[in-house]
Every structure is written in structure tokens, then in C-alpha cells.
Ligand binder design. Structure first.
Ligand SMILES: NC(=O)c1ccc[n+]([C@@H]2O[C@H](COP(=O)([O-])OP(=O)(O)OC[C@H]3O[C@@H](n4cnc5c(N)ncnc54)[C@H](OP(=O)(O)O)[C@@H]3O)[C@@H](O)[C@H]2O)c1
Length: 341
């Protein structure tokens, strides 16, 4: 059936300004890292994307290597875009990234101009798009001059293949350097995409301050800690879950110590009248420097539950203090190598 977007799609979703830019992003954005590869039914993918847009989620986040296999999330998104969303192109913010291993040989990963620009061309072909709204350097490359990597991002904008540029999992220091280099090139750094959640707070000591000072937006990924911040792992690993699929959520992270914190957080959430996943999303948005919470969802039901987090965004000082006792780093930051470099 032909998709017609809901006429009330802009009635409820809050939009937050991305740093000191003209761009606003929905408070909740949807990522296609998992759940959009060839291992998932295309009709489920379609249903999630349609419902997301109907709920006011105007931002879909991809990367060259999302799948599996690599590239398939962009291909599937491209198909669904052509079938459902093409009439709404100007209402959508579509992002992609280059940085992780994508094709064999020395030009298939990291941050060289050769790789970054070739990857963007491939991504555009897979998605059937003329341009992306945001193009990211997916990780910091310690071997390539930063000038070269951000120069490639600037070139993407000048070639009309991207409107804005971003970086992901860069340290506070590298972020400041990238912002300065990009400013000199005339292409401001729009946004940083770091991991952040109740169980992974690395951006708090310094990165958020740099972003605030530089006027760079911040879209935080894995705010539900890949599903750990839900009730689903409290009694073992359910069959249909990310931890059971042998993917990026290592069941070893579901240690008794971590689960004790999750249980305590779950109780606090219940007292607030929220599911834990919802409190986890509201909590990352409590800082105005965080522009958007970048979630994943394997079903329409999860998506709807997560967006409903926005109904209860306020926290009392007492709640925040109690949460602090259990919102402790839990060894789940898989992207630390990039941000330590
Ligand atoms: N820049 C980077 O390096 C980077 C890295 C990682 C992610 N990202 C971006 O961030 C996006 C989100 O990452 P993520 O998927 O890890 O985020 P997440 O929101 O922390 O985790 C999403 C997963 O948690 C489970 N879940 C979500 N809502 C739930 C609910 N209400 N109840 C129960 N389970 C629920 C689902 O897994 P199951 O149902 O399958 O168990 C879902 O796929 C990615 O798609 C990508 O765009 C970027």
C-alpha cells in the first residue's frame, strides 16, 4: 500500500537545535546499525521506518558498514526510501559515515581522503540519494593527519554530496582540533556522535564542555546500552535479543554487578512511571547540550515505547542523586579506542 505520512507527525515530537547551527533534530532519532540488514524482514524494517516518521522522527542515521552484510542497511534503506519516503526527502535528515573496515586493502577503512570520499560515493549509490544531510568521520584515525580527514569532509560538502559534517567517538581534544580546522575551511563542524548512557558516562568530564563552547551539537548513540537498560536481561538472555544473536552485545557484559545496577535503575524508573528504556532516554536528554538520543529498535512496539519517553523529561534533584548511585561506568564503551586516541 502506498505510504502517506501521518498528518499529525509534527504535533508531539520536540525538535532541538543542533549546537549553534540552523538545523534542528528530533529529540529521538533512529539508527539503522542493527535491524536493517539482510537478516531482518524488509516488511518489519518498513513498518519501523514508517512509524518513526509518523511519530515525528525526521532523522535516520546510517553508516557504510551497517548490515549484515556491510552495506545492506544502506541498500535496504534506499529501497524503502524510494518506495515510501522519496516525496518527503526535504523533511528528512539522512546521515552516513565512513571510518570502519568496509572493503579490502589499504583504502577500505580509517580516515584517508581516498577512503572517505570513495566511501561516500558508494553510500550514495547504495541509498540512491544525490546527497546526505550529514556525513561523518566514524572514528578518529591516529595515523592520518586530521587535516586530511576533515579536509575530505569539507570536500564532500563542496561537491554537493553532503550538507553538514560530523565526527564520531573523537576525544574532547581531537574534537576541538577538528572544529578549529573545519572552521578555517569554512565548513563548520555540525555535530559529534558519541556513545552515552546511564552505564557509560565518558562524555561528561570534558567532551560536553568542548561541544558547548564550540557550538557543536551532540547526538548520543546507544542510550539504552544496546538493550541492557531494559528489563529484558533481568532474568537471563531471551532468545530473540541482541545479546542472543552473537552481535555487538557480548553476554559477558550482563554480569551480576552490572545487572544489580540495572535492577536498581529499573526500580527508580518504575517509581517515575516510566519503563527503564524510557528513563534511560529521558536521562541522556536532561543536558541541553545533547541534541538528540539516537536509538535502535527491533520492533514498532519498542520504537513507540521509546518515543513515549518524551512524555516525562523532568527529573527531581532527588531522583538524579539516586540515579547517580547506580549510573556507573560498566565497561560497555566499545568505542573507547577511538576516543582515547
Ligand atoms: N557512531 C558509532 O560508532 C555508533 C555506534 C553504535 C551505534 N550508533 C548509532 O546509534 C544507533 C542506536 O544504537 P543502538 O541500537 O545500540 O541503541 P540502543 O537504543 O541503545 O539499543 C537498541 C536495541 O535495544 C533493544 N531495545 C530498544 N528499545 C527497547 C525497548 N523499549 N524494550 C526492550 N528492548 C529494547 C533492541 O534490541 P533487541 O530487541 O534486538 O534486543 C534494540 O535494537 C545505531 O543504529 C547507530 O545509528 C553509532
Amino acid at each position: 500500500m502506498t505510504y502517506v505520512a501521518a498528518s499529525d507527525r509534527y504535533d508531539a515530537m520536540p525538535y532541538r537545535r543542533c549546537g549553534r547551527s540552523g538545523l534542528q533534530l528530533p529529540a529521538v532519532s533512529l539508527g539503522l546499525w542493527h535491524n536493517f540488514g539482510d537478516d531482518k524482514p524488509i516488511e518489519t524494517q518498513r513498518a519501523i521506518l514508517r512509524r518513526a516518521f509518523d511519530l515525528g522522527i525526521t532523522h535516520f542515521d546510517l553508516a557504510n558498514n551497517y548490515g549484515p552484510p556491510y552495506g545492506s542497511a544502506e541498500i535496504n534503506f534506499g529501497r524503502l526510501f524510494a518506495e515510501d519516503f522519496a516525496p518527503y526527502r526535504d523533511e528528512l535528515i539522512i546521515s552516513t559515515k565512513a571510518g570502519y573496515d568496509m572493503w579490502p586493502g589499504p583504502y577500505g577503512e580509517w580516515g584517508s581522503r581516498k577512503y572517505v570520499l570513495a566511501s561516500l560515493d558508494q553510500s550514495l549509490r547504495r541509498m540512491g540519494l544525490d546527497y546526505v544531510d550529514i556525513f561523518y568521520s566514524h572514528r578518529f584515525d591516529p595515523e592520518t593527519p586530521l587535516e586530511e580527514t576533515v579536509g575530505a569532509l569539507d570536500a564532500a560538502v563542496r561537491q554537493g554530496k553532503a550538507l553538514y559534517v560530523g565526527i564520531s567517538s573523537y576525544s574532547d581534544q581531537r574534537t576541538g582540533e577538528a572544529a578549529e580546522l573545519l572552521r578555517a575551511l569554512g565548513t563548520p563542524l555540525l555535530i559529534h556522535q558519541p556513545s552515552y548512557s546511564l552505564l557509560n558516562r565518558w562524555i561528561e568530564p570534558a567532551l560536553l564542555d568542548v561541544l558547548g563552547e564550540e557550538g557543536v551539537g551532540c547526538i548520543v548513540f546507544s542510550p539504552i546500552a544496546q538493550g541492557m537498560l531494559t528489563d529484558k536481561y533481568l532474568d537471563g538472555v531471551p532468545e530473540r535479543s541482541r545479546a542472543a544473536e552473537g552481535k555487538s552485545l557480548d553476554p559477558e557484559l550482563l554480569s551480576e554487578e552490572n545487572l544489580a545496577h540495572v535492577r536498581a535503575l529499573h526500580e527508580i524508573a518504575q517509581r517515575r512511571g516510566q519503563a527503564l528504556a524510557q528513563m534511560a532516554i529521558s536521562w541522556v536528554l536532561r543536558d541541553a547540550r545533547v541534541t538528540s538520543a539516537l536509538i535502535g529498535a527491533s520492533s514498532v512496539r519498542q520504537l513507540e515505547q521509546n518515543v513515549a519517553a518524551l512524555d516525562v523529561l523532568d527529573f527531581s534533584d532527588e531522583e538524579l542523586a539516586e540515579i547517580d548511585g547506580h549510573a556507573v561506568d560498566s565497561g560497555i564503551n566499545l568505542w573507547q579506542r577511538s576516543s582515547d586516541a
